[in-house]
Design a protein around this ligand. Structure first.
Ligand SMILES: O=C(O)C(=O)C[C@H](O)C(=O)CO
Ligand SMILES: [Zn+2]
Length: 274
């Protein structure tokens, strides 16, 4: 079963007026991982699409998605998939890729139908592409690790880069995930924006009772949403995207836009946040 929800692009002046329910309806992705289902959010931020596929021991195929009006979803798009569950497989372009927890699969434009199988919980990201690039499995052992932050500022963390120029070529997608060290709670400090790229965060690896306070909004007009395990925050180009966890968490960051330069960020120092 496939479900697709459309999210329109929100102007920052509009976001300022929103109450909690409106912020959640526009910027939070809930219930993306349901047994036996593929659930997608098709956004109007760079037409970035995110979602989950949970085959729950069976198989699920993603092919035509009405929203794109193309015969197959990947006819003019690329895709990044992260397995946040147990072992599973993804079949595309005549190949079957075995994916353990944390592995990432890149599928290039024209890859065709995508079949998810096994016990995996597959996080799906996708953006329009301008050329066909080879499909590529990037295991946890293949990623590039960057250490950031410090225990003194409660933000010591490891950034694992997968779909990233240092690892492989993509059209628009840049993707990886960040884990906090024990005792550190803050991600993405100092905060930043990047008007050139939208971004989405998928929080996972959290206890059921735990929550992340996700900061969003313009730097001088911040808002927050509390996020549970396996929920996503959609971050428009004008929004900061930082968070603090009440308990352990990892988050998958994925971006699409004008460049694939991970370091292209406009930093906002804590003293300048409002
Ligand atoms: O912990 C961090 O810092 C991040 O993971 C930052 C994200 O990767 C990001 O926002 C990239 O633009
Ligand atoms: Zn960012």
């Amino acid at each position: 079963m496939l479900t697709v929800e459309t999210r329109h692009a929100i102007h920052p002046e509009h976001a300022k007026q929103m109450d909690t329910d409106a912020l959640r309806a526009n910027f939070l992705g809930e219930g993306l991982f349901q047994d036996g289902q593929i659930r997608l959010i098709y956004t109007h931020y760079d037409r970035f699409t995110l979602g989950g596929a949970v085959p729950a021991g069976g198989s699920l195929t993603l092919d035509k998605v009405e929203e794109t009006k193309t015969p197959s979803f990947l006819d003019r798009r690329e895709m990044g998939i992260v397995n946040i569950g147990a072992a599973g497989t993804v079949e595309a372009g005549g190949e079957t890729y075995a994916m353990n927890q944390g592995d990432v699969l890149y599928l290039g434009m024209g890859a065709g139908a995508v079949t998810f199988s096994g016990e995996g919980r597959f996080y799906i990201t996708s953006a329009p592409a301008h050329k066909a690039l080879p499909n590529k499995l990037i295991t946890v052992a293949d990623c590039v690790e960057v250490k950031m932050g410090a225990a003194e500022t409660s933000n010591k963390r490891t950034i694992k880069q997968f779909i990233h120029p240092q690892v492989m070529e993509s059209c628009q997608l840049v993707l990886g995930y960040t884990s906090l060290e024990e005792g550190s709670v803050w991600n993405t400090i100092p905060s930043h924006v990047h008007d050139r790229r939208m971004e989405a965060y998928l929080y996972w690896g959290m206890d059921a009772e735990s929550r992340v306070l996700h900061l969003m909004g313009e730097p001088q007009e911040t808002r927050h949403i509390f996020i549970s395990n396996e929920e996503a925050a959609i971050s428009p180009t004008w929004s900061v995207h930082s968070g603090a966890g009440i308990g352990k968490y990892t988050f998958i960051w994925a971006m699409a836009g004008d460049n694939v330069d991970y370091t292209d960020m406009d930093f906002i120092q804590p003293k300048d946040l409002k």
